[in-house]
Write a protein that binds this ligand. Structure first.
Ligand code: HSE
Length: 288
């Protein structure tokens, strides 16, 4: 059995801690034979444990503590700490592992509630579970989500070679916004979502770039952001935004200009790599 979980890009401008989209990079967990002890085989670096301390297993055993140990192989092309939901994908995989080995028959809503409690916000875990674009709220321990198709768009992702920890990126945010600022920020988010749902990517793009919740505080942490945004604007992109907590910079653009934008970013010779990604419409999958 294999458990496959997509990468995710959260926030999409003003949808801070609420909005995310599943994208075509993947974590794959191969569930091998039962064993006396748990072992996670991977080549993700020495910092990632092979035993029950691995996030995948700690989540699975939190969901069901008496699962039969297995050998597992973990492969991922979702880079760590880059704003593409790598830890959320592991959390969702861990819940699915417990669901499958423990025959728990969890619904997607059950998985979402468990994942959001662990992660603290639903914006990455929800699209990792459902696929597509997901808009969620998480208030008083209750999650509500709406899943929708993302309008036809290219996702051009510049992934820097350095990591940015979410905790550090959250550390530069203010603890409060004034009532007036909160109303303005939420009205921009409303327009962004309404425009995405009605397929108006031009209008959505303006609202995405109008974010008042987080990007203005975080831009200083991602030195490539301004130059890539300028390339987007020169090439008729819909919008450029910081993916999740960064440092990945995402450009949304018509398909017709995706190669021009990728080439222009590559020509900057920045320390990182540019990928053309697709929306994943499946979310977490279990295959035999
Ligand atoms: N919404 C989160 C943030 C995503 O921007 O901090 C990363 O966990």
């Amino acid at each position: 059995m294999k458990i496959i979980v997509p990468a995710t890009s959260a926030n999409i401008g003003p949808g801070f801690d609420s909005v995310g989209v599943a994208l075509s990079k993947y974590l794959i967990i191969d569930v091998l034979e039962a064993s006396d002890t748990w072992f996670v085989d991977h080549d993700l670096g020495d910092d990632i444990p092979n035993d029950e301390n691995n996030l995948l297993l700690s989540v699975a055993l939190k969901v069901k503590s008496d699962l039969t140990p297995h050998r597992l192989k973990m492969v991922s092309d979702i880079p760590l700490a880059r704003g593409l939901g790598s830890s959320s994908s592991v959390i969702v995989a861990g819940i699915e592992l417990a669901n499958q080995l423990g025959q728990l028959e969890l619904s997607d809503e059950d998985k979402l509630t468990i994942a959001t409690e662990i992660e603290g916000h639903p914006d990455n875990v929800a699209p990792a579970i459902f696929g597509n674009l997901v808009v969620s709220s998480y208030v008083d321990q209750t999650v509500n989500s709406i899943v929708a198709d993302f309008p036809e768009s290219s996702f051009i992702a510049f992934i820097p070679n350095y990591e940015l920890k979410t905790s550090d990126s959250r550390g530069v945010l203010p603890s409060e916004l004034s009532y007036k600022e909160a109303v303005a920020a939420s009205s921009i988010a409303n327009v962004a979502i309404a425009a995405l749902f009605s397929g108006d990517l031009e209008k959505a793009g303006q609202a995405i770039e109008g974010d008042l919740f987080h990007e203005r505080y975080r831009q200083q942490l991602v030195k490539e952001f301004a130059r890539i945004k300028a390339i987007g604007q020169e090439n008729n992109a819909y919008a450029t935004y910081l993916s999740g907590a960064g440092p990945t910079v995402m450009v949304l653009a018509p398909k017709s200009v995706e190669n021009d934008i990728k080439s222009a970013i590559d020509a900057l010779d920045l320390d990182g790599e540019t990928f053309l990604l697709e929306v994943d419409k499946e979310g977490v999958q279990v295959v035999d």
